[in-house]
Write a protein that binds this ligand. Structure first.
Ligand code: 5GP
Ligand code: ZN
Length: 139
């Protein structure tokens, strides 16, 4: 992908602050630090997002994400970590090269917040029907 910013980082055409690198995976600091140590983990080969990434590659990326979260707890004094990947613009994805955010958490008031609120418009949903609909695809 010629105009993909993360492919350019892999090729060294754009500088980055590397945290980890092996043959398949690269991790570097996010240019916009939402908390201290906010890191991105990517496959070196371009895939558009998590869902479009072959399992074997995705597993390698998630393995590194786990290790970076552990390192943030041990080395940066983080008290928690959010591991997050956005798929498509509707979910907030802005760079369309699969990446996992590893976001160390120190206290409640930071530059990052996830809020899950019950949606009152969905009160009439049938959970059994919904569960069945998703599970059909997994058989
Ligand atoms: P998304 O919104 O796609 O989940 O996350 C993309 C992330 O990539 C953003 O947090 C953004 O700050 C980061 N980002 C975009 N361009 C660059 C860059 O050139 N270098 C680095 N290190 N991070 C970048
Ligand atoms: Zn790319």
């Amino acid at each position: 992908m010629n105009d993909c910013v993360f492919c350019k980082i892999v090729k060294g055409e754009i500088p980055s602050h590397k945290v980890y690198e092996d043959d398949d995976v690269l991790a570097f600091l996010d240019i916009s630090q939402v908390t201290k140590g906010h890191t991105l983990v990517i496959p070196k080969v371009h895939y558009d997002n998590f869902l479009a990434t072959p399992k074997e590659v995705m597993h390698k990326v998630m393995d590194v994400a786990q290790r970076i979260g552990q390192a943030q707890m041990l080395r940066l004094g983080a008290k928690g970590v959010n591991i997050l990947t956005n798929v498509n613009k509707e979910a907030g994805q802005s760079v369309f090269h699969f990446h996992v955010h590893v976001i160390p958490r120190y206290e409640k008031q930071e530059g990052f917040k996830i809020e899950m609120k019950e949606n009152n418009n969905l009160k009439d949903l049938s959970l059994p029907v919904l569960a069945q609909e998703i599970s059909k695809e997994l058989k």
